[in-house]
Design a binder for this molecule. Sequence first.
Ligand code: FAD
Length: 469
Amino acid sequence: MADMQFDLVVIGSGPGGYVAAIRAAQLGLKTACVEMRDTLGGTCLNIGCIPSKALLTASEKYEEAKHGLGGFGVKVAGVELDLPAMMAHKTKVVQSNVEGVQFLFKKNKVARFHGRGVIDAPGVVKVVKPDGSAETLTTKNILIATGSDVMPLPGVTIDEKRIVSSTGALDLEKVPGRLVVIGGGVIGLELGSVWQRLGAQVTVVEFLDRILPGMDAEVSKHAQRILGKQGLSFKLGTKVTGARMNAESVTLTLEPAKGGGETTLEADIVLVAIGRRPYTEGLGLEQAGVALDNRGRIVTDHHFRTNVPGIWAIGDVIAGPMLAHKAEEEGVVAAEVMAGQSGHINYDAIPGVVYTWPEIAAVGRTEEQLKEAGIAYKVGKFPFTANGRARAMQVTEGFVKVLADATTDKLLGAHIIGANAGDMIEELALALEFGASSEDVARTSHAHPTLTEAIKEACLAVDGRPIHI
Ligand SMILES: Cc1cc2nc3c(=O)[nH]c(=O)nc-3n(C[C@H](O)[C@H](O)[C@H](O)COP(=O)(O)OP(=O)(O)OC[C@H]3O[C@@H](n4cnc5c(N)ncnc54)[C@H](O)[C@@H]3O)c2cc1C
């Protein structure tokens, strides 16, 4: 029988859990990871970040081949969609990623247990295997990294066939004629974009009067305009109150968010994307006495200790943005603190990216947040229309916007909407992490011609001295 005593048992193998397990093993802790899914990698690798980006890239290529190459003098005829092949690409990408985690576990000697992890008591994790049998692990530390699950919408029951969550929307067998996306957040816009590019008529219904809540308002307004030009339509300030299944379609009932008369909207497929909630079902938290907040998230201190000694938690199951890289950072810090080291996370420098076309990326504060906090700031902006490389690439849509402290010039926030924004934001995340000023970035040489020159110019614009506009 295998040795069942560990220094650390991680429950959940998403980006939080698997990264924590590897880091702990690197630090010499005898580590196990319990995962109930057949494959490792959690939401992110199996049904989240990775498959969605595989389909976003594939659908972008289809769209480009169909409409985007003529302007470069490349004539393409007879472009056709092969949806099964596109889905096969997605499956292959997921498979290679989840197998990658398995390889890393082997390499780092992390023991993998397949089954549902239940905390029997501090220091004791029962693994209930798919066949119903169980085995018990004893451990000095338990790290809960069980992630999140789809937030349900009352009156709109998900069947993953015609009313789908993001999981079903990543796996549709044919392009829907009419897709209604409930929720104008990141996941709704990304998956709405995929199916719109492939030919669906997409309507996004959003309760608030804007899309991408939480992002800089100027940027999300601009994003709505661009996505609208691409063909997505928006019903803002609208709530979905119910869904009726017909033989071939779904009828949604809508009401103005502020109250008023009911209307209906027909769809072939409905995607419910109103958010995610922490997943703690069947974990045994109550019997272990682990405290939750009023939104069902596990409460931790800044080193990820729960109120019960020896039980820690990270990732989507605790407070903070539900992002894979946030979960990873927390996993690393939790493992290092368990191993007797110190660690911290600067939550002000965690970037967020929306992988639509163009991409939308942000780090640090928005104008609205700075106003609310009463912090005086300066804005520097630079449009991609004035960037040489963007013209050469025919990607002149969007801009870079930086926000700097009015007195000290320290960078407080940065927002990019434009091609490759998700890669470019990293320069500004590093700048924020290092406490840089806009002058520091403006004085840094940026290779010519690159899109990143727009970042330098936006930083010059904070002081009213951009060169190319
Ligand atoms: C469609 C979609 C697209 C996304 N795109 C992005 C993106 O581009 N970038 C980004 O940063 N984030 C993205 N996210 C969010 C990202 O997936 C999450 O923030 C991230 O996966 C959280 O990591 P985690 O380790 O906390 O939990 P998860 O990845 O959710 O992993 C938790 C794991 O724990 C397992 N588990 C739960 N309970 C138990 C138990 N009792 N016993 C054993 N195992 C258990 C689950 O099976 C799961 O595998 C996306 C999410 C979705 C749904």
